[in-house]
Design a protein around this ligand. Structure first.
Ligand code: NAP
Length: 243
């Protein structure tokens, strides 16, 4: 039987690399995101890259809407089979000093990054608990551990995922479902395209910023390691070692 993974935010950046990593290992993969054309584009590329992939399915889904998340994962199970892995890569960022941040932006960052992960984890856990099998990987950020000037709301949304992951791991571990958190540093995606990469590189002991594939490798490791739960895996080239 083919194993099934669903990747929220799988159309771009880190999520797209995560989808590719699972497909290369023989998983059927569902890609869930809001923008239809970007998702279709990603699926076409993934099908070309992974000639032997068993199944790639796309579905429109906003992680802030519990009913849509529930319907999307139900559809994934009906078309691809029981979910073994759910990865939540959906996220947004806005760099702004807290005193200049308007309530609408605060709400949307918290809604997508924190409440979105709470919703997707809840729906995924319910499905996995029925079979006593499966695991969830959330995506935090090194900013959620260290903080960063201009990213107070984003940092708060990502710090919340540490508590979510460690609590849920304790709630559902005895019934065979694992939950882990990957914490990326600075990764080259659309989210970081306006950063001064040369300046950032100097702060990273490994002297480069990360590729989405670096994060995907860590996600795959946690998803396929049967005795790891409640873990926080930092993938940042050593950036967190700098005070
Ligand atoms: P990205 O390239 O901008 O991709 C973000 C993905 O999230 C897209 O597929 C986007 O698709 C989806 N998305 C956004 N809002 C959504 C929503 N409400 N519902 C469903 N999907 C949604 O960003 P990335 O850099 O790959 O980031 C992926 C994750 O890693 C995020 O959680 C981010 O915070 C985290 N992260 C990134 C970095 C970095 O340096 N890049 C570092 C640490 C952590 P649609 O817009 O079509 O929905």
């Amino acid at each position: 039987m083919t194993l099934v993974a669903a990747v929220f935010g799988g159309s771009q950046g880190i999520g797209r690399a995560v989808a590719s990593r699972f497909i290369r290992s023989g998983f059927s993969v569902a890609i869930l995101s809001r923008n239809n054309s970007k998702r279709e584009e990603a699926i076409t590329e993934l099908e070309k890259e992974n000639a032997y992939s068993v199944g790639i399915k796309g579905s429109q889904c906003d992680v802030t809407d519990e009913k849509i998340v529930q319907e999307s994962l139900k559809l994934v199970e009906e078309t691809l089979g029981p979910l073994r892995v759910v990865v939540n890569c959906a996220g947004i960022n806005l760099d702004r000093l807290l005193v200049q941040t308007v309530p609408e932006d605060i709400n949307s960052i918290i809604n997508v990054n924190l409440i979105g992960s709470i919703i997707t984890s809840k729906i995924a856990a319910r499905l996995m608990l029925k079979r006593k099998c499966g695991n969830i990987v959330n995506i935090g950020s090194i900013v959620g551990m260290k903080g960063n000037r201009g990213q107070a709301v984003y940092a708060a949304s990502k710090a919340g995922l540490v508590g979510l992951t460690k609590s849920l791991a304790q709630e559902i571990g005895s019934r065979g479902v694992r939950v882990n958190l990957v914490v990326p540093g600075i990764i080259q995606t659309g989210m970081t395209e306006n950063m001064d990469i040369e300046q950032v590189k100097n702060q990273v002991p490994l002297s480069r910023i990360g590729a989405p594939e670096d994060v995907a490798e860590g996600v795959f490791f946690l998803a396929t390691s049967p005795f790891i739960t409640g873990e926080v895996l930092i993938i940042d080239g050593g950036l967190h070692l700098n005070r």
